[in-house]
Design a protein around this ligand. Sequence first.
Ligand code: ADP
Length: 648
Amino acid sequence: MSEETQREAEATPADNQHSFRAEVNQVLDIVINSLYSHREIFLRELISNAADALDKLRFRAVTEEELMEGEGDLEIQLVPDREAKTLTIIDTGVGMTRDEVVDNLGTIAHSGSRGFLQAMSGQKPTEGDASGVDLIGQFGVGFYSAFLVADRVEVRTLAAGDGQSGWRWASEAKGTFTVEEAPEWTTRGTEICLHLKDDHHEFLDEWRLKELVRKYSDFVSWPILLEVTREEGEDDDKKTVTKDETINTASALWRRPRSEIKDDEYLEFYRHIAHAHDEPVETLHFQIEGTTSYTGLLYVPKQAPWDLFERERRQGVRLYVKRVMIMEDCKDLIPDHLRFIRGVIDSDDLPLNVSRELLQEDRTVRSIRKTVVNKMLAALEQMADKRKDDYAAFWGEFGRVLKEGLHSDFENKDRLAKLARWPSSTEALTSLGEYVERMPDDQDAIYYAFGTNRDAVENSPHIEALKQRGTEVLYMTDPIDEWAVEGIREFDSKPLKSAMKADLDLAKEATEEEKAEKEANKERLGDLCGRAKAVLEDDIEEVRVSDRLTDSPCCLVVPEGGVHAHIERMLRAQGQDMPKQKRILEINPDHPIVEKLHLMHAGDSDSEEVGDWFRLLHDQALLAEGSPIADPATFARRMTKLMQQALQ
Ligand code: ADP
């Protein structure tokens, strides 16, 4: 029993009444009040849960055969009762123990509800707004959609192998639910009885139910039976009989030939498997036969799920073995940087009782993984080539994830580098290939700069000279970019160079005249640099004359082998122990402030004022790149003093 269940059970032992956890109430409120116009989705959600329960049972029965004994067929049954105004959904799946009932139907997986509420907050859903529907599936609050159509829900359930009789859960969604023994419920599986609200009696209608199942749940691989009433016999002999009709195709969609599957079916299957409501941007369906045989039906969603960067992700690619679901999110099949893929892999070769540990080592799994990666990259390459807008949208959602592969997937590094996109000083979004095509003949490197956002990079002093020359600079604003470019290093024989690192060396592209001028400046300002170094010794490794600045008096650059300032900040924010990294202060030889300081220093090589100016310039360079300054109060005092002097 979980700690929470225990506490709850102890709190109200007498009347079996429990309170929903606070977030369930909030979720219920949102579900009931904002998803009203999409109420028909309740059936899809409940059938989906029933199908999962059957999948789980079949999987457990691989090792525990006795779980199947003496029970009916594995199926889902819909029973509309026109008199009682109830619709009942029954499955013969794994069922739930008492603790599971309280845990699953009284709380919401914490991260799920948090994500749901976060995603919903700030949006006031209106009637007809489908955004909430996406969220329902994604956050695992599907069961609660029952309250879209019912004012009372009763669940009876018996878990496989959990004794002779089960449990009854009931609620009217008014803050509480009850759980009690149900001695009359003696069959394995779960029954969900919906007491339909007065204006929702359409869900008792045979045609309406058939239409909904065909629309949303046809691909469910278990038979869905509908209890129908028919008049049979002639004249006097006429009688009304009830019987079950199978109303779905009930075949594993991915096993059917592509030519027989309609777009709608692919779409609904995606929504089922990904718990999503958007449309996929890419659908890949393939059958591989040979030394290893398997079928794959994979999708790239249009929208990133909220938990893409959470360690405890819920969804992924399902692994089936000969149509038996083995694992809901098989991480071994898909490398991390393709974790946005949803769908199914169904293998003919793996043993049914394969364990997670075995999967990691398994040759078949490795070969499937390789093919999946190949196929997915090929599909993305084609999208990037033929459907540029779709690809740009895809990149916006999942680019950050794909970039992780530049560092981790050595084998496919070149393909990933071609797929990567960044904004630049001249383009909204560009590939490295397009950048190289635009490069003038005499440019021999691809330049980039980092910052927390586009504006920060665009206004960064580090790229002033590059911009002035009309050299394109890639803007890197993702924390992952530092690792990503390190993974690429070179594209099309052109090195990638940071405009913020010490080794930028624009001199190579400079004219003879510019080179001579640089040397002269170095000579002329050598003493001043020495003084600045002495003043800033604790923070700065070196002070030198810059050729990357045009408007700003100075900037801080990263010494060779060092990390960029924003990465340092980020790692510190994450609690990593970063040693203090001394950087290089570059000064602009053409800037009036530098010129003035040069003169002051020439007049008095110990000038206190020159020292103050350098401390100020250093702090200002830190501020300009978004880094904190060590002593803001002293900075402000110096600033005030200099402003006063300027005004006098
Ligand atoms: P999700 O299915 O996305 O996890 P739900 O709110 O739909 O979220 O269901 C919560 C949990 O309740 C499920 O994860 C499952 O463990 C349990 N559950 C729901 N319906 C059934 C069912 N028909 N049989 C067995 N367990 C069920």
